[in-house]
Design a protein around this ligand. Sequence first.
Ligand SMILES: Cc1cc2nc3c(=O)[nH]c(=O)nc-3n(C[C@H](O)[C@H](O)[C@H](O)COP(=O)(O)OP(=O)(O)OC[C@H]3O[C@@H](n4cnc5c(N)ncnc54)[C@H](O)[C@@H]3O)c2cc1C
Length: 480
Amino acid sequence: MSQASKSPVIMWFRQDLRLRDNPALHGACARGWVLPIYILDDVNAGEHQMGAASRGWLHHALASLNESLAHRLRFYCGDATVLLPKIAEHHGASAVYWNRCYEPWRIARDGALKILLRASGIDVDTHNGSLLWEPWQVLKKDRTPYRVFTPYYRRGCLEADGPREPLPAPAIGDVPPPDPDGQECTLEGLQLLPTLNWAASLYNRWEISEDAAQERLEDFVANGLQDYREGRNYPDRPNVSRLSPYFHFGQLSPNAAWHKANKAAAYVGDHASLDTFLSELGWREFSSYLLYHFPHLPRSNLQSRFDRFPWREDPDALKAWQFGHTGYPLIDAGMHELLQTGYMHNRVRMVVGSFLVKNLLLHWHSGEAWFWDSLVDADLASNSASWQWVAGSGADAAPFFRIFNPVTQSEKFDPEGDYIRRYVPALARLPKKYIHAPWLAPSDVLAEFGVTLGTTYPTRIVDIKASRERALEAFAKIRS
Ligand SMILES: Cc1cc2nc3c(=O)[nH]c(=O)nc-3n(C[C@H](O)[C@H](O)[C@H](O)COP(=O)(O)OP(=O)(O)OC[C@H]3O[C@@H](n4cnc5c(N)ncnc54)[C@H](O)[C@@H]3O)c2cc1C
């Protein structure tokens, strides 16, 4: 058959921006001549359009994928339910391949597309490229979904068949010759890079490619996994993987991480740390699982009694939290880490989250929205499930009355104050005795180390003890 008469197979890249361990790409390449495409679909995403930090990451991830595909990736922007049938028709495609996504808006859109494409005689072949277990595979004996992590993970996952081994990158072979279909745009035309100054330095801190994800995984397994169980709690220790944005955009598959970590266990020797790391991958699965079974997770409290919770409105307090001006060093360091890197350490995410919803008594939606816009790993499932966990309104959440004290958390998990020093330069010279609570330092000490509260570093926006009591009173109102 001549190239011109061959019917291509469309590979629709989505949250799987990689060649290795990509089951849909494997299937497409085995079937024939692959036409790789990406569609930026803000139309169907609606209120869940990607935030600014994620869009910038996506730009770099697409540029890198395009390079791996010898610059043959085609870019489109618009409603995929309109574009994809047109693209398939123009190129005479015999089939469309994609890896499944689990956000409710994507499930609805993809379902509609399957019907449309199949009605036109085009095959649709979908695969699991981003989860270890499909959400519908793991159910209780009565066929209802789990709401609690431990039995979900233990019985549903660990006792089920292990995740499949990762696939190698397939040979892409020939791709159809350029044949503009009139719908394409360029990567730059997607306008993903943020226009604000803050973003330029943010992406310099990351290497955004599939190879970089692989290297980071190898580095983590060699250097971070040992002692992960303990070290993962300390924001200044090199024990966490910082792989979350690569997982979110599918530059790395969870299967690759699962198997790599398991194989390393033999020489790492720290099985408790291995189990903890695997269970964190399990939390990622559980978040997608909850979103799949409870699609209202991003907007509605899973515990409906929280619908009556007396949240406050306080734009000034919210702004102080967002920009790291609360007067509590650990909180401010975390919010500055987020602004500067697009990432925040998990322990600090929990502490800043608790501070927002409990000490400031602001709705978890406002924290979720800020994280959505600022995180490079912003993920509808993990972000909304984690905010509901922090707020106490989730399925298997931290009890509301467990309120993190930002000073004791700081003393415990940043004992030398190094994390604070890195992200709050105004306090960098303070001795560790005072760095967690500078308001306790005598005025001559503050003066000696260049700190003027209210000028070089903010005064506290709430009193921890009083705000804790206020939160418990608010909770008492909905407790029954
Ligand atoms: C308020 C709040 C909001 C969050 N929002 C997001 C988000 O939008 N996107 C996101 O990926 N994670 C989110 N998390 C979960 C967690 O903080 C990050 O996944 C983790 O910090 C990523 O860093 P890491 O890759 O170094 O993690 P590691 O400790 O190296 O863990 C390995 C992987 O396991 C997964 N993981 C670890 N902890 C969790 C968790 N608690 N929940 C779900 N998955 C987990 C991640 O994919 C992570 O990359 C949030 C947590 C909180 C408390």
